[in-house]
Ligand binder design. Structure first.
Ligand SMILES: C[S@@+](CC[C@H](N)C(=O)[O-])C[C@H]1O[C@@H](n2cnc3c(N)ncnc32)[C@H](O)[C@@H]1O
Length: 202
C-alpha cells in the first residue's frame, strides 16, 4: 500500500547545508540558521581522530525564561525514518527532516527543552524551554523518546545525568512512567503507548 500523503512538503523551502567542525572554526562558511539565538559547536577532535564524529551540540546564545517558546519549526520536509528524522504521527511513515541547526539537538535524559509537535498544524510546532529555562551557553537537548517510537539507530546515551536511562532506542522500549518523568510527551507517542499490549506489540 502506498504511504499516505504527508502534511509536509517533500523538499525544504531552503536547502540546508550541515555545518562541520572545519567550517564552524573561524566561521568561514557556516551561517547559523538561528543567528543570535542558537549555534552549533563541535568539540575539537583528539589528535588523529575524525573531527566530524559525534561531538557536536546545539548551544543557546542567550537566557530564555522557563516554559517559553525558543523557536517555531520551519523549513521542514517530509522524510523517512533516519537518525536525523523526527516522528510526528503514529504511522511509521510520519517523519520529517528539520533542515536547520535544530538537527544538532542532542538527546538528554534530563532535557533542557521540549519538542512540541502534538498539533496537527505544523506551523504550531515548536521548541519550548522546560520549567528550568535556559542559560546562555547551555546545551539545547530534548528527550528523543518524546517524539520517537522505535528509532532507526539506538545509541548508548552519554548525557551523563544521574537519571540516565542508558541505551536509547525509542518510547516503545520505555514505560509511560519513564516517559512522563522526563516531562512533555507528544500525543502520537501517548497514543502508541496506549495501544501497546503487555508483550510490546501494537
Ligand atoms: C540528529 S543527531 C544529533 C546531532 C549529532 N550530534 C550529529 O552530529 O549529527 C542524532 C545522533 O546524535 C547522537 N547522539 C545524540 N544525543 C546523544 C547522546 N545523548 N548520547 C550519545 N549519542 C547521542 C546519536 O548518534 C544520534 O543518532
Amino acid at each position: 500500500m502506498p504511504a499516505p500523503a504527508s502534511i509536509l512538503p517533500p523538499q525544504p523551502e531552503t536547502i540546508y547545508t550541515k555545518p562541520t567542525y572545519s567550517n564552524t572554526r573561524g566561521g568561514k562558511t557556516y551561517k547559523p540558521t538561528h543567528q543570535g539565538l542558537l549555534r552549533v559547536e563541535f568539540t575539537p577532535p583528539a589528535d588523529g581522530q575524525d573531527g566530524e564524529a559525534y561531538s557536536s551540540r546545539l548551544v543557546v546564545d542567550k537566557d530564555i525564561p522557563p516554559n517559553t517558546v525558543v523557536t517555531f519549526l520551519n523549513n521542514l520536509s517530509s522524510g523517512t525514518k533516519a537518525y536525523s528524522s523526527v516522528q510526528y504521527g503514529v504511522s511509521p511513515h510520519e517523519h520529517f527532516e528539520l533542515n536547520s541547526d535544530l538537527l544538532f539537538m542532542n538527546h538528554s535524559c534530563e532535557p533542557t527543552v521540549y519538542l512540541d509537535i502534538s498539533s496537527r498544524d505544523p506551523t504550531k510546532w515548536h521548541v519550548r524551554t522546560t520549567s528550568r529555562g535556559l542559560r546562555a551557553g547551555e546545551d539545547v537537548t530534548f528527550f528523543y523518546p518524546s517524539t520517537e517510537w522505535d528509532m532507526a539507530q539506538g545509541f548508548d546515551c552519554s548525557c551523563g545525568t544521574s537519571t540516565c536511562l542508558g541505551h536509547i532506542s525509542g518510547a516503545k522500549h520505555l514505560s509511560l512512567e519513564q516517559l512522563e518523568s522526563r516531562g512533555y510527551v507528544n500525543e502520537h507517542i501517548r497514543t502508541l503507548k496506549s495501544r501497546q499490549t503487555s508483550n510490546g506489540h501494537i
